[in-house]
Design a protein around this ligand. Structure first.
Ligand code: SAH
Length: 395
């Protein structure tokens, strides 16, 4: 087996079970591993540390899989990891939810594999060359475990490009083509998901619990849902008898889907407005029009794709949150999120403190949010906790 030897001092993270070896940590590559090959990772004294798959095109040169020298990473190993991940999702309360993440990459010991369930269909993302190699095993195991009607490929081309991989051909991998809209249920609310063209892999199930928790405050309230996508927060607020809901998103497809979702849930009795606009622009327009809200939700896309973008992203988060704070009625609630892995919760609190100061407001943090249980965070891999949020009372 090919192996890589780490520079002195670089073994610490590996010993602590962190699943990434950066290319800069490697002293020497022994043999000629091809991208996707399993290699042995040794310390500077050539003592075994772990096995992982190799990729010289990626910033993360080795993604670690196994820390036990005796364990062979064979077909059975992969099948077991897939089975375990799927089995753990059975613990979720799925009576009123049939859409969730079945496999979450490093968190499930399968770096670069994401599998989401949408009722009877699965959507798969293959983002590393190591996972690409075992695609056949993955599809077969998923088929055996879940008998889905179809498995669809939604591998993100830019994530693959970072790994030096070609864009995947996409489309159906196994079974039947999904209909244009697949109907799924989350917290008892129905959503139409466009698996082939929707954002990410079609739906943001990481916000499942947060939607419910925020909506618990919505009864009788005027709610502004910014970056609404297909209406996760808006629909939960409507379901909890908000007085009025306004949803803002820049995507026409997102708002079209949201409209369908309102109809399929029969939430048509409550005043609801859909605005296709840039959120920053819309918030300024609300301010000029002296509009006020009781609850504002801010769930923007990832502003900081990496640590180097942190300063610029922090400013963008601050400006956005400051604007929202100014639009709240006295004592109103701001539910604000960041899905940037580079922004941790204490940085996010700091950003909100700056926003509050600039807005001339006092803010109480009354609840802290993370991603739902189907997006677990490994203690050895804190980077996996990408979603964080705060419920703020703004005074
Ligand atoms: N809250 C949503 C998920 C939001 S994802 C839910 O619960 O499902 C982020 C959304 O922001 C996407 O729908 C995207 O279309 C939208 N978006 C991105 N940039 C935007 C901008 N500048 N103004 C308005 N919407 C934007």
């Amino acid at each position: 087996m090919h192996s890589v030897k780490l520079k002195k001092g670089k073994e610490k993270a590996v010993r602590q079970m962190h699943p990434w070896v950066f290319s800069g940590a490697i002293e020497q590559i022994k043999g000629k591993p091809e991208n996707g090959d399993i290699v042995m990772v040794n310390d500077s004294n050539n003592a075994f540390l772990a096995y992982g798959f190799f990729n010289d095109k990626s910033r993360v040169a080795v993604r670690l899989l196994e820390w036990n020298l005796e364990t062979e990473i064979d077909e059975n190993w992969w099948r077991k990891k897939i089975r375990t991940a799927v089995k753990h999702r059975e613990d979720l309360n799925t009576d009123d939810t049939n859409t969730y993440r079945l496999i979450f990459s490093e968190a499930d010991f399968l770096p670069g594999l994401i599998v989401d369930r949408y009722a009877d269909f699965l959507s798969v993302q293959i983002l590393t060359s190591g996972i690409e190699r075992i695609k056949g095993i993955i599809l077969d195991e998923l088929q055996q475990l879940l008998s889905p009607k179809g498995i669809f490929d939604r591998s993100d081309a830019s994530a693959r490009a970072h790994e030096g991989m070609e864009a995947s051909s996409g489309g159906i991998l196994l079974g039947a083509e999904p209909p244009e809209f697949v109907s799924v249920k989350e917290n008892g609310i129905l959503y139409q998901v466009n698996i082939a063209e929707g954002q990410k892999s079609g739906f943001y199930c990481d916000q499942r619990d947060n939607r419910k928790w925020v909506a618990a405050y919505a009864k009788g309230k005027k709610v502004l849902d910014c970056f609404s996508y297909s209406g996760g927060f808006s629909l939960n607020a409507l379901g909890n008898k908000a007085a009025e809901v306004i949803s803002v998103d820049s995507s026409a497809l997102a708002l079209e889907t949201l409209k369908r979702n309102i109809e399929s849930n029969n939430f048509t009795g409550i005043p609801h407005q859909l605005i296709q606009s840039d959120v920053n622009k819309q918030l300024r327009a609300f301010r000029e029009g002296n509009a006020k809200f009781d609850i504002i939700i801010l769930d923007p896309p990832k502003y900081a794709p990496s640590r180097s973008a942190l300063t610029k992203a922090s400013r963008a988060y601050k400006d956005l949150n400051r604007m929202a704070m100014l639009l709240l009625n006295e004592g109103g609630l701001l539910a604000t999120y960041s899905c940037s892995g580079a922004v941790d919760i204490s940085t996010f609190k700091q950003i909100l403190a700056w926003a509050a100061l600039d807005a001339g407001k006092e803010v109480q943090f009354i609840q802290q949010f993370s991603q739902a249980a189907d997006h677990p965070v490994r203690s050895s891999f804190p980077e996996g906790e990408y979603l964080k949020g705060l419920l703020c009372r703004v005074m």
